[in-house]
Structure formats: C-alpha cells, structure tokens
Design a protein around this ligand. Structure first.
Ligand code: AHG
Ligand code: MN
Ligand code: MN
Length: 341
C-alpha cells in the first residue's frame, strides 16, 4: 500500500476545510523542513564537532549546548523566511523575537518552541526532541507581533507538535482534530504517516518522575508514588518506573504504552521546572487530543494563563485514569499547595 507523506497528509487535511487559506499548511511544512535539518545534524553529532557546550548560558541559566544553538537558529530561520509567523518565543531567547520584515508581518501566527528538549541527553545518545506550539496572533495582521500574541493559554492553540529524534525520528502533531504520528525515512528524506489517530490508553502501569527529589515533593506526590509501588494484582500494581529525562521521549512512550509523567512543584520550586508555553501547553494539547489528561495537580494545564514567556508549572500528564488518581492525592494531601504555585 502506498504510504502517505506528511506534506500530502497536511494538504489533504487543509482541503477538508474549504475556508482554509493554506497558511497553517505552509507553516507546518516549514517546521517539518527545519526538523529534517536538525535531524541530520543530530545523526552526525557523534562525528561532527557538535556535541558539547557552546560556552553560553540561556535565560534560565542553563548551559547552552551547540545543538541547542544550532536547532534554535534552524527553526528561527525557517519561520523567519516562511512568511506565516509574525513572532516567536524560544527557550533559548530571553525575549520574544519579532520578525520586522513586511512578509512576516503579514503572517497570521506566532510560534513558541523548545528547539532541543532533553539537552542533557545529547552526548549519551539518548532520545531528544523539539516541541512547538502555534497560536493565531491577537494583534492585527500587517502590524508587528506583540507579547500578548504569545501569552495565550493552551485553549487558544491552533496546532502543537513534537519531533522525537530517537531510534527513528518521528513528528507527532495535532490541530485539534486527533493526533497523528509520522516516521522519517532518511533514504528519501520524507516523513510518512506511521501512527494515524494516536490514542493513549486510559490506564497504564508506568510512572515517570525524577524520584531523587522525593524529599522535596508535596505530600500528595509522595503518597501517590507509594500508591504506585503498592502490591495490588487487580490494578496491576506495583507499576514500573521509566524516566528518560527528555520530556518528549517520556511522554511519547507513555502516549503509546500508557503511563503518567510527573514533574511536580516542590517546596523550593512550587512551579516545578518545565515551561508552560513551549513544553507543557503543547504536550497537554497533544495528550488531551489523544484522549489523555494534563494537569498541574488541580487545574488543566490548558487553562493556565501565561504571564511570562518562560513561566513554569507543575505537571501530571498521561493516561486519564492515572492523572485523575494523582490529582486525588494532591487534593487530599496537599490542598494548600496550589496557593504556593
Ligand atoms: P531542556 O533540555 O529543554 O532544558 O528540558 C529538560 C527537561 C525535560 O526534557 C525533562 O523532562 C526534564 O528537564 C528533566 O529534568 P531533571 O533532570 O530535573 O529530571
Ligand atoms: Mn525542554
Ligand atoms: Mn530545550
């Protein structure tokens, strides 16, 4: 059976909406091209001089790896010259980037992205990813993009996706009508539809959390971890722990197998580590579209209103039943934690 390419699939989806202008289609295609270039560089990383540090730190004080900088530049360039995107926010740039050229000012969209997710895994050859979130701008088309264009809650997402550079490279995305996954065939340079209409199992047996921080966790998370470890045949407990340390790879695995990924707030960092705009909101959109759930323990991630480009939030994301259970523990044992966030 002939396989459908990413570009064919996107075009086909566009034709289902007679009012669509093709702008989102072009934007998604540009992201696909940047992903291929970044993929090529990652595949050569062990040979080329691309492993290691760039010698700078980003806004969050994290060391920037050469690949962080390379991938950031590739996505910025693709979006700058594509003409669909008026402004963007990246993990690697403190301020938003406004494209001043006339062409981009006509763009209807803005994009927030994490160019390389899981940077600490680069030199050990463990899966890393890229995450992107696409919003329709609020400012008028033709004018410069503005901060309010990017500070929109997940409910306003037009599309979101991730690329996973794993044992194969995959691009998974949603436009709010289900989730589809594409696998890259490097011999022909194309993404092919390999995972149509992805659905996350309602329940699972995997929990993913960096347990080294246990003593700092809220009581609700501590109790939920103990619950996962209890022996109960009827609910397949004890569960298994799997923690890669790349959000994309951990969520991707749980999307296919079922499971929960948690990066909680702690007493020291009540908002946890992961960033709302370019990590959590897009992953929440994908997981919800696949039938799962994403929460900060009390509220839907998609409902959180951003006030800062690099704002963080706690996250409980994955199989619906598992996230509901974890929320019950938070609400019972850490009800006042929400006020610290
Ligand atoms: P990034 O590489 O974009 O900074 O993101 C790293 C994130 C995420 O991918 C992962 O889930 C988490 O950091 C791991 O954090 P810990 O090392 O604290 O567990
Ligand atoms: Mn990240
Ligand atoms: Mn990153």
């Amino acid at each position: 059976m002939p396989m459908k390419t990413l570009v064919q699939f996107i075009n086909e989806k566009q034709s289902e909406y007679p009012s669509a202008t093709g702008d989102l289609t072009r934007l998604l295609n540009d992201i696909g091209i940047a992903a291929k270039i970044v993929n090529r560089e990652i595949r050569r990383a062990g040979l080329a001089d691309i492993n290691g540090y760039f010698g700078t730190t980003n806004i969050q004080g994290e060391d920037q790896k050469k690949l962080d900088v390379f991938a950031n530049d590739q996505f910025i360039n693709a979006l700058k010259h594509g003409g669909q995107c008026a402004a963007l926010a990246s993990e690697e740039n403190e301020d938003m980037i406004i494209f001043g050229n006339k062409y981009s000012m006509q763009g209807k969209y803005v994009v927030a992205f994490d160019p390389i997710d899981g940077s600490s895994n680069i030199e050990v050859n463990v899966p890393i990813g890229t995450i992107f979130a696409i919003y329709k701008r609020i400012s008028s088309v033709g004018a410069s993009g503005s901060l309010e264009d990017l500070l929109q809650s997940g409910n306003h997402l037009v599309a979101a996706g991730y690329v996973m550079y794993g044992s194969s490279t995959m691009l998974v995305y949603t436009t709010g009508n289900g989730v589809n996954g594409f696998t890259y065939d490097a011999t022909v340079g194309l993404f092919f539809l390999s995972h149509p209409n992805m659905k996350i199992p309602e329940n699972g047996t995997i929990y993913s959390i960096n347990e080294a921080n246990y003593r700092y966790f809220p009581e609700g998370v501590k109790r939920y971890i103990k619950y996962c470890q209890e022996d109960d045949k009827a609910t397949n407990r004890p569960y298994s722990t799997r923690y890669i340390g790349s959000l994309v790879a951990d969520v991707h695995r749980n999307l296919i197998r079922g499971g929960i990924f948690i990066y909680p707030g702690t007493l020291k960092n009540p908002n946890g580590k992961l960033r709302l705009l370019y990590e959590l909101a897009p992953m929440a959109f994908i997981v919800e579209q696949a039938g799962g759930k994403a929460s900060d323990g009390f509220r839907r991630i998609m409902d959180l209103e951003p006030y800062d480009l690099h704002q963080r939030a706690p996250v409980f994301i994955g199989s619906k039943e598992m996230v509901i259970k974890a929320e019950e523990f938070m609400q019972e044992f850490s009800p006042d934690f929400v006020e610290k966030m």
